[in-house]
Structures are given as structure tokens and as C-alpha cells.
Design a protein around this ligand. Structure first.
Ligand code: URA
Length: 434
């Protein structure tokens, strides 16, 4: 088989076979197919597309390019959750102890990645001593004993995706449905889940800007997962403004703890209940979604989910006292209020700019080697539709550097648009695709 023949075939609108896709993915992962040929193939796929069968084969080939986790030692249906990413998204921190409290085993691999704040693992490292470099045996043991364990993503999980994503990033070939679907699903499937609940975000702070695009992506991922015999549900949720009020690692952890204590923001709680009831139902721990939701509300109300979170933090070396005393989490030395200049209403919040403010303060990574400042970030005081008076605070910044704080304050103000009339915020849960 010659790669150039496969490039020509796709360039002319042909359909690649299972063998051809396997040859291409294996050859590229092993360094036998050069970047320039794979770049040409990616561009051909971008213009000519792949059909659902090709997308399934691409997903499988990428999944099989490295280690595929075997979770069969853990009893029950293993349900994983994936978010396509947004600003202030601390859902996993709240959701995992909620569903684990109802007996849904959570065996999760999480990444750090680049972005406005750290990933789930970075956020969890706000707890003194918490770590995710545990052995496979310890990981499985913790899931069996406590119900939750989170492990750092191994280098050998879908290595084809690591190489391909980096290449797509610099060749203008990210925006293709089959490439996105295979990238996300190959990693989720390699992590060993029997069922997957997807949180596909849409809006100005999300990868998918419109509900139509988010629906197309969600439908395609659900379809591919089902073809591979996984139980699948996708929730399309709003990302026209940050989720909750906190953006920044330790600040988000604190908001997650508040939510587990029943004092969290309504949007975060609602999203956790929606995603959680899908997870509990798919895991067979409730007869229907309504019963799952009711039981999740109960474990939030009676403190079970909070204690489960503390057990999980402790099992991975963290200080459980910080769960009950979040004031002991990392704290920034400086704060400043960002104030409204005029009376009016918040019309819009550009999520990306809020994220960039957190990045500017040191809360995220621009390159893989950047060290994150866990203590910095933003607490929004006003969200879309809220009334503001001139001089009133719209957000508090937490910083450790005077100059960065000044720049961040200007940037955050620019993220807001005000109007004279009240704007209704968009619906949080747009639709559920089963
Ligand atoms: N996230 C991924 O993991 N892959 C993509 O292609 C896009 C978003």
C-alpha cells in the first residue's frame, strides 16, 4: 500500500477501507508516514469528508494505536463523562462524587492540557498532597473501595491522536466532524468506559459556536459510540457565559465544594443534576431519569456526596480537611474589584476574554511546560441579565502580581457588554440526544 495512493483516493472523493485507514494511522503513529503526507490527507478529508463507516474505522484505529484500559476488574457499568470544554467548567469535581455516592463506579483518566485554567487534575492539585501518579492496581483498588479514582492520562493512551491533533492544529485541519469525533471518542474508548455521557457546549465560549454545530457533533459522537456498542447520551449545554461564578483553579474547587454543600450556583447544580441523572440511569442504578435525579438531589442534601469527595481526596494523598475548610486552599495575595462605569444591565459576557484574563493572571498554560498559579482567578459578581449600577463591582480578581492584575482588570472589563434593557440569558440545557 502506498500513502500517496490513499491521498489521491481521498482527494478525488473516494471512500477509504478499514485496511487503508489502519495502514495510515499505524504508519503515521510509528513515524513511517511523514507529516507532509499526513497533512495532505487531513486536508483531503477536510474537503471531501469521511462517511460514518470511515469515521468508525478511524476512531478504532486511533483507539488501538496505544494502550486500551481494561476495567473489567471493576464491577458494574463504568460510565465516563466528557466535556468539550468551556470557561468555569468545574462540573467533574461535583458530578463524580455525586454519582459515585449512588454506586456508579468512576474510573477516570484526566488530562492537564493547555487552556485558560488547568484541567481537572490541576484543579485537584489545589489540595495539599493530592496526586494522580498512581499505579493501575491502586487506581482499580480505589474505584472498588471508594467508588472514584482519577489517574493522569498515560502517554500511551491513543498516541495517534496526540500526533494527529498537533498536526491538525498547525495545518488548519481541526474543523472537520470526522476528525473531531474520532479524536474525542478514541481517547474515551481507550479509557475503558462502557457508557459515555457527553457534555457538548455551545456558545461564544465553546468550540462549537451554534446549537446546530453542537447538535451535529453530538449526534455524530452518539452514533459512533453506539456503533461500537457503547451506551451513549449527549447533553447540549450553554456556554454563552461562564459556568458558575468562579474561574481559576482553587477558586473553582471552592465553588465545587460550595455546590456539594448545597450553596453553589444554580446553573452548575442544574448541569450536574442533568448529566448525573443520565450517568446514573445508564449505569442501571435507577429505573428512570426522574428517579436518578431525585436520588442525586438527596446525596447533595444529606452531605453524602461531600463526604465521598473528601474520601476520594484523601485516598489520593490529599488533605481531606481542606474539603471541610476550603479557606485553607491556596490563596492569592492581592485582590481588586472591577467596577461598572454606568447604570444598566449585563448584555453579554465574552467567555474567551474571561478565560484570557485568568490566563493573564497565571491560572492557565500557554505551553506545556508553563507552571500554573493555582490561587489566582476571577469571581464574577454579575452575569447576563443582571442589573448593575455605576461604581458597582462586576467581578473580583485574585492575583499575585500588581502589574498583571491591572492588565487583567482592563481585559475583564472588555469582556462585558452592557445595555439599557434587560437581556434574558439563554437556556442552560438546550437538548438531550440519546
Ligand atoms: N477536542 C479533542 O480532543 N479533539 C478535537 O479534535 C477537538 C476537541
Amino acid at each position: 500500500m502506498l500513502m500517496v495512493d490513499l491521498i489521491r483516493k481521498k482527494r478525488d472523493g473516494g471512500k477509504l477501507t478499514k485496511e487503508e485507514i489502519e495502514y495510515m494511522v499505524k504508519g503515521y503513529t510509528q513515524g513511517e508516514i511523514p507529516d507532509y503526507q499526513m497533512s495532505a490527507m487531513l486536508m483531503a478529508i477536510l474537503f471531501r469528508h469521511m462517511d460514518p463507516e470511515e469515521t468508525v474505522e478511524l476512531t478504532l484505529a486511533m483507539m488501538n494505536s496505544g494502550e486500551v484500559l481494561d476495567l473489567s476488574a471493576i464491577n458494574g457499568i463504568k460510565v465516563d463523562k466528557h466535556s468539550t470544554g468551556g470557561v468555569g467548567d468545574k462540573t467533574s469535581l461535583v458530578l463524580t462524587p455525586m454519582v459515585a455516592s449512588l454506586g456508579v463506579p468512576v474510573a477516570k483518566m484526566s488530562g492537564r492540557g493547555l487552556g485558560h485554567t488547568g484541567g481537572t487534575i490541576d484543579k485537584l492539585e489545589s489540595f495539599t498532597g493530592f496526586h494522580t501518579d498512581i499505579s493501575n492496581e491502586q487506581f482499580l483498588q480505589n474505584v472498588s473501595k471508594i467508588g472514584i479514582s482519577i489517574m493522569g492520562q498515560t502517554a500511551n493512551l491513543a498516541p495517534a491522536d496526540k500526533k494527529l491533533y498537533a498536526l491538525r492544529d498547525v495545518t488548519g485541519t481541526v474543523d472537520n466532524l470526522s476528525l473531531i469525533v474520532s479524536s474525542i471518542m478514541s481517547k474515551k474508548l481507550a479509557a475503558g468506559a462502557d457508557a459515555i455521557v457527553l457534555d457538548v457546549k455551545c456558545g461564544n465560549g465553546a468550540f462549537m459556536k451554534t446549537e446546530e454545530d453542537a447538535t451535529e457533533l453530538a449526534t455524530s459522537m452518539v452514533d459512533i459510540g453506539k456503533r461500537l456498542n457503547r451506551k451513549m447520551v449527549a447533553v447540549i449545554s450553554d456556554m454563552e457565559q461562564p459556568l458558575g461564578y468562579a474561574v481559576g483553579n482553587a477558586l473553582e474547587v471552592q465553588e465545587a465544594i460550595d455546590t456539594l454543600n448545597g450553596r453553589g450556583p444554580e446553573d452548575l447544580k442544574e448541569l450536574c443534576l442533568t448529566l448525573g441523572s443520565q450517568m446514573v440511569y445508564l449505569a442501571g442504578k435507577a429505573n428512570d431519569e426522574a428517579e436518578a435525579r431525585q436520588r442525586l438531589e438527596q446525596v447533595l442534601d444529606d452531605g453524602t456526596a461531600l463526604h465521598k469527595f473528601a474520601d476520594f481526596i484523601e485516598a489520593q494523598g490529599g488533605d481531606r480537611e481542606q474539603v471541610y475548610h476550603p479557606e485553607k486552599l491556596p490563596k492569592a495575595t492581592l485582590t481588586c474589584e472591577v467596577k461598572a462605569e454606568n447604570d444598566g444591565y449585563v448584555e453579554k459576557i465574552r467567555c474567551e476574554e474571561v478565560g484570557n484574563t485568568s490566563l493573564l493572571l497565571g491560572g492557565g498554560r500557554r505551553s506545556k511546560t508553563d507552571v500554573i498559579d493555582l490561587s489566582v482567578g476571577i469571581i464574577l459578581k454579575k452575569k447576563t441579565g443582571d442589573q448593575v449600577s455605576a461604581g458597582e463591582s462586576i467581578a473580583t480578581l485574585y492575583a499575585n502580581d500588581e502589574q498583571k492584575m491591572k492588565e487583567a482588570a482592563e481585559r475583564l472589563y472588555q469582556a462585558y457588554t452592557f445595555s439599557e434593557r434587560k437581556t434574558e440569558p439563554g437556556k442552560l440545557i438546550k437538548k438531550i440526544i440519546r
